[in-house]
Design a protein around this ligand. Sequence first.
Ligand code: FES
Length: 62
Amino acid sequence: MFVCLCHGVSDKTIRKLVVEEGITDIRGLKKCTALGSQCGKCVRPAKEIINEFAKDLFKQAS
Ligand code: FES
């Protein structure tokens, strides 16, 4: 599913960046992608995906 339609960033890409690049917030995600740089509608759902996914990773690690 595309989270950022303007720049074609998917939820899969976001999860991959969290795991591979250690991205933990929207600022880090913006450094790696163009997400949020046009209409900005994707910023909120992208934050939710990062938070949910990071929480799941933390649960698995403990
Ligand atoms: S949907 Fe991401 S900037 Fe427009």
